[in-house]
Design a protein around this ligand. Structure first.
Ligand SMILES: [Zn+2]
Length: 454
């Protein structure tokens, strides 16, 4: 049966205003000012905003790292995502020690079955060898269009400048392929951490001292300098500093460069400051990079306001309070990461309203822009008839509530947004044409998420 959403106020890249939406099977079939009611099942969205389902372009479900395992596997994490307005996630393929990237790809496909939302992956390159070209070609043929590298010496993920150069040269051969970079200077982190260790300062309160702003700034600047001679599309994940953003602004303004450059930040860098490291439960706020100063936060908001930031994604990585508490006296051992996906929708909408931002621009940062950068558009991230999947959020703006971890339908046992005042609530979520969430209740028991080859 066809579904008809009437009288909603649509906000997406392609639509801004009151429109009706018709849905058949999994797709949006028509968007118009007035669609006559026939044999439709009707949803009245009068007084509501209607958004495309959100894309969280940076999640870590079922991750084993830092000697721990995340609380969320794909079914658990994506159930939380769906209930909170996220209908697509892009997670990571990270090879374990002695595992090939290709084997990791197959493992991740298995781990992700049972997902409640659609998903794809960024493939993390941890090494290059003589078969590297073949490997990349193969992964691209499997539908992987984005890769990631890690510059700090975390786990077995470190990529040096030589390897960086090889990777950039390989990936630039492909149109629409993008390399993500976790940009922090490895050697500086090591020297500073060693110094803190010698001074007996490894408790979490000293954690930010191991990663001052220059750590991110230098890595961003170095990657761009090298890439400027190569020309690969690059995307910086979880940017946290004014210094790095200023460098990116400089490069975004360069007209004749032969590459695209994208900036991502996360809600935690827009919400928290390093004051959190002074409080008793500071260990709950540990993520990499660490949250920075108030002036960084203010500058990041400026970059969101003027669209220098392209994407807001969460870097969702859920460890329990207990796992973090255990290493509160040694930040080099603490499992890094924060719960995030559950708050992405609530945070960006609330802040847009509170800060009087252009809501349509902000919505693009969590829908059509990540969809375009990562080759998911227009299947995901918009309302284009006969092209877009019917992933839709119906949001009622006139209500306020305070965040409590239990209300977020998550297996996480804390949130850094506890007590945060949210504006409005999600009334309904439609996923691939089916009404799956109604008034906070999940209506399905069988997961309907699938892998999206790109
Ligand atoms: Zn991450």
């Amino acid at each position: 049966m066809k579904l008809l959403i009437k009288n909603g106020f649509l906000i997406s890249k392609s639509y801004y205003g009151k429109y009706d939406i018709e849905i058949n099977n999994q797709k949006i079939t028509k968007v118009a000012k007035h669609i006559a009611i026939n044999d439709h099942k009707l949803i009245d969205a009068d007084g509501c905003y209607v958004f495309p389902g959100l894309i969280d372009a940076h999640t870590h479900f079922n991750l084993e790292a830092y000697g721990a395992k995340t609380l969320e596997d794909f079914p658990k994490g994506t159930r939380t995502a769906l209930l909170n307005g996220v209908t697509t996630v892009i997670d990571y393929i990270i090879p374990q020690k002695s595992e090939t990237l290709l084997a990791a790809y197959h493992r991740r496909l298995k781990e992700a079955t049972g997902s409640f939302v659609d998903y794809t992956f960024h493939a993390q390159i941890v090494d290059v060898n003589e078969d590297f070209s073949t490997l990349i070609r193969k992964l691209i043929s499997y539908g992987i269009k984005s890769f990631k590298i890690f510059l700090p010496k975390t786990e077995n993920w470190y990529i040096d400048d030589g390897k960086l150069y090889i990777i950039l040269n390989e990936l630039k051969k492909y149109k629409n392929v993008v390399l993500e970079i976790h940009a922090e200077n490895s050697d500086m982190i090591n020297v500073l951490t060693e110094k803190l260790k010698n001074e007996d300062k490894l408790s979490v309160k000293y954690f930010p001292l191991s990663r001052p702003n220059v750590v991110e700034y230098e890595a961003v600047r170095r990657v761009i300098s090298i890439n400027n001679k190569v020309g690969c599309n690059i995307y910086f994940v979880h940017l946290s500093t004014k210094d790095a953003l200023e460098e990116i602004i400089y490069w975004k303004k360069q007209k004749n460069k032969n590459f695209n450059i994208y900036a991502e930040t996360c809600p935690q860098y827009l919400y928290l400051t390093r004051n959190v490291f002074k409080i008793k439960k500071n260990y709950l706020y540990t993520c990499c990079p660490p949250v920075k100063s108030l002036s960084d936060k203010i500058f990041l908001w400026k970059c969101v306001r003027n669209s220098i930031v392209d994407v807001i994604a969460t870097d969702n990585c859920v460890f329990s309070k207990k796992m973090k508490f255990r290493f509160r006296d040694n930040f080099t051992k603490i499992p890094m990461g924060l719960p995030g996906t559950s708050m992405l929708f609530h945070f960006v909408i609330t802040e847009s309203i509170k800060r009087r931002l252009n809501l349509r621009n902000i919505i693009k940062m969590v829908t059509s822009t990540p969809a375009k950068i990562f080759s998911l558009y227009p299947k995901k991230g918009d309302f284009l008839a006969l092209k877009s999947d019917a992933d839709i959020i119906i949001y009622y703006p006139k209500e306020k509530w305070r965040v409590n971890v239990k209300r977020l339908n998550t297996v996480a046992d804390y949130t850094v947004y506890e007590g945060y005042e949210v504006y409005g609530k999600i009334l309904k979520v439609i996923f691939k044409g089916n009404l799956v969430v109604d008034n906070g209740k999940l209506l399905i028991s069988q997961p309907q998420g699938a892998y999206i080859p790109r």
